[in-house]
Write a protein that binds this ligand. Structure first.
Ligand code: MN
Length: 430
């Protein structure tokens, strides 16, 4: 992914709030689906504090390409994503010109809406959702809790581990998190009992939105995988640890995960992330090289994205306290497998990925405790409560707790961008 005029740090927009905006300057231009004042969901692009209604521009025949115009009038991004990387790059260049050249202000301004008053939606109709497990520090930390002698199973460094998640319960940021009930059995109990989860957790993950798909039976070579990624979001894989511990063997996660997955609303494109990409960290001495089909070479790109998790309890909000930072880390150092590798692995048996499919990376924990991406790790399996600034303690989430994931990109010579946030508040079990 090369840098071009859309990344120019000197580029500004006639949308004033975009200039110096921490997340959505003109160098970002993420797509999403929004509505205003009870209207129908439509595709838009975030620019500063505003959303530009692309459906309206298409209906007014202002979009220069017929295929873009047709697909941008749909209420989800799947069809636009099916047009592939060339279309996303073309639209980005066109939007960059449109929103920087002040001659367009008069004709385009009527299609701008305040982001604050907009309702956001899951940007695609998610046909399939797969969650991987690429966070090697997370896998090691969690493995140690379940299997102290054997934390990382022997397949981990050869196979990107994943499971098929539940697409129907993917929701956009802000959707309430109803505490799930299910079977759980403590180690010293003879039989399981059913009830509300007592170990409700979050998982800090990145989501990958699939762009152009592959035909059934046609794998995706690793050096072409990035062409199939439409963009990225934040993803919270809410997890009921007590349900998970009892149900996970032998077929993996099921009801402990499928009650809800939350995504941030904006799809940040690989083009927008280009200035922030770094190289995959070298594999530790003694680790096997990836098998050929997964070997992206020494220049394989890693996501140079800074991640943060914030917690706000009911009491904190009542007292007017600011949310508390539970962890700060980054994606690149957490990921043993890259986004390209998981896309390639997913399709390597001929499985067809489709535009708008959602792929989770797995929990992204850094090597240091300050960057652990779940309460399971931060509280050492519930043994070590976390003390919040107001004296409250947590091992797992309580009713009323609100978890927010945030992602930012910042590197010398580029205008910083953000991915927005992914939030959810826990409600009592039903
Ligand atoms: Mn997960």
């Amino acid at each position: 992914m090369t840098l071009d005029a859309t990344h120019d740090p000197d580029l500004t927009s006639w949308v004033d709030s975009a200039n110096g905006h921490a997340e959505f300057p003109i160098q970002n231009l993420p797509l999403g689906v929004f509505s205003v004042a009870g209207g129908a969901p439509r595709i838009g692009v975030a620019i500063g504090d505003k959303i530009l209604d692309l459906c309206a521009l298409a209906a007014a025949q202002m979009i220069p390409d017929e295929d873009w115009a047709e697909t941008l009038q749909e209420p989800v991004l799947n069809s636009f994503f099916s047009l592939g990387m060339e279309a996303s790059q073309g639209l980005r260049e066109w939007l960059s010109d449109l929103l920087s050249d002040s001659e367009n202000e008069t004709s385009v301004s009527p299609s701008l809406f305040d982001r604050e008053s907009a309702e956001m939606y899951v940007p695609c109709a998610v046909g399939d959702y797969t969650d991987f497990y690429v966070g090697i520090h997370h896998a090691t930390n969690v493995g140690s809790l379940f299997r102290p002698d054997n934390p990382l199973l022997p397949n981990y460094k050869y196979v990107p581990i994943g499971y098929h998640g539940r697409a129907s319960s993917v929701r956009v940021s802000g959707h309430p998190v109803v505490r799930p009930s299910g079977q759980r059995k403590g180690p010293d109990q003879d039989a399981p009992a059913r009830g509300p989860s007592m170990r409700l957790d979050y998982e800090l993950e990145m989501g990958v939105w699939v762009g152009e798909g592959n035909a059934l039976g046609e794998p995706i070579p690793v050096d072409e995988a990035s062409q199939h990624i439409a963009g990225y979001c934040l993803l919270n894989d809410w997890s009921a640890r007590d349900l998970q511990a009892w149900e996970y063997q032998p077929l993996g996660p099921f009801l402990a995960k499928s009650f809800l997955t939350t995504v941030s609303p904006w799809v940040v494109s690989p083009q927008a992330l280009a200035p922030f990409m770094t190289k995959m960290p070298p594999r530790p001495e003694g680790d096997p090289a990836p098998l050929d089909y997964l070997d992206g070479g020494p220049d394989a790109a890693a996501l140079g994205i800074k991640l943060e998790v914030l917690l706000s309890t009911e009491k904190m909000r009542a007292d007017g306290d600011a949310p508390h930072t539970l962890s700060e880390g980054d994606a690149a150092s957490a990921m043993y497998w890259s986004a390209a590798q998981i896309v390639t692995h997913h399709a390597s048996n001929g499985c067809n990925l489709q535009p708008g499919d959602l792929i989770g990376t797995g929990t992204l924990s850094t090597a240091e405790e300050s960057g652990y991406g779940s309460l399971l790790e931060l509280s050492e399996g519930g043994k070590k409560p976390i003390t919040l600034p107001n004296g409250e303690t947590r091992t797992f989430l309580e009713d009323g707790d609100e978890v927010t994931l945030v992602a930012r990109c910042d590197t010398p010579g580029a205008v910083p961008i953000g991915l927005g946030s992914c939030t959810g508040r826990v409600l009592p079990a039903k």
